[in-house]
Design a protein around this ligand. Structure first.
Ligand SMILES: Nc1ncnc2c1ncn2[C@@H]1O[C@H](COP(=O)(O)OP(=O)(O)OP(=O)(O)O)[C@@H](O)[C@H]1O
Length: 268
């Protein structure tokens, strides 16, 4: 089991011209995902969630600070080293594969293969299991590009799972998913007991599934803790600028957030 530590991270987009005293887009980020923990990353649009995940999965190089897996700096290793340890599910599924669903899922094994090494029976068994787990077994021979948005999301999660990662990073994993699949997919991820960081917009899903939550606002960490500690009416007002009622979910006892519109109407 692997823990992930982001420590003192600052980052700005490399292609943007910076003056000496310009503030970085991400500033002084400290985030610790303990071994096996499901950590949520929440915050308003444009607050920096995707940028932080990109730094964490060794795609964007921080200007300052470190990202370490069990004290091993990800930038002291090649990209392949990171791909053998970190799997990523991004917001928008690439659409241009001319591959079948099963072939896309099997791509998750690539970081563990030597050059020109073919698929083994073990690889095929993992692909079969992952397709069953995300309920896409009947679609295995269809073109990936022909799947619906939610089906693509599930296929890409299957690809991430066959990668057998030590750390899983998810950017809006429930995007496109209907309510049943939102719950089942997050439940499936949680049951893997892989160290997970997930950017999640739906605060009630974050409340239900996260062990701990980090709040990011305007490029800085604005709070962290258990869902009970973080998901408060005060945080929703100060960070998101919304009025909300936070009480206990009658079944899970976790926080339940009801948004209140300006005219007093409640929005779940
Ligand atoms: N390569 C880039 N060049 C310029 N600006 C960028 C770049 N990457 C991110 N940004 C800006 O940084 C800010 C944070 O973006 P990011 O995508 O990390 O936010 P987010 O919290 O994931 O947002 P959302 O909830 O809308 O997905 C945004 O204002 C975005 O426009």
């Amino acid at each position: 089991m692997t823990s992930l530590l982001i420590d003192g991270l600052n980052w700005s987009p490399p292609q943007v011209e910076r003056r000496r005293d310009d503030a970085d887009l991400l500033r002084e980020i400290v985030l610790h995902a303990r071994s096996g923990e499901f950590v949520g990353l929440i915050g308003p649009n444009g607050s920096g969630k995707t940028s932080l995940l990109r730094c964490a999965f060794r795609y964007a190089r921080p200007r300052l600070g470190t990202v370490t897996l069990d004290a091993d700096d990800v930038w002291s290793h090649r990209a392949r080293w990171a791909a053998q340890r970190i799997a990523v599910l991004l917001q928008d599924a690439p659409d241009d594969f001319g591959l079948s669903v099963a072939e896309v899922v099997a791509m998750g094994r690539t970081p563990h293969k030597r050059l020109l090494e073919g698929a083994t029976p073990g690889d095929a068994a993992q692909v079969d299991r992952a397709l069953r787990d995300v309920e896409l077994e009947p679609a295995r021979d269809r073109l990936f590009a022909s799947l619906s948005g939610g089906e693509k999301q599930r296929a890409l999660l299957a690809r991430a799972l066959v990668q057998q990662p030590q750390v899983l990073m998810l950017d809006e994993p429930t995007n496109h998913l209907d309510p049943r699949h939102q719950i089942e997919i997050l439940g499936l991820v949680k049951r893997q007991r892989i160290t997970t960081i997930a950017a999640i917009h739906d605060l009630n899903l974050a409340a239900a599934f996260c062990d701990r939550i980090y709040v990011i606002a305007a490029g800085e960490i604005a709070g962290c803790g258990t869902p009970d500690e973080v998901l408060t009416e005060h945080m929703l007002k100060t960070v998101y600028g919304v009025n909300a009622l936070v009480d206990k979910h009658p079944v899970s006892s976790r926080p339940r957030i009801t948004l209140i519109a300006g005219d007093g109407a409640t929005l779940s």
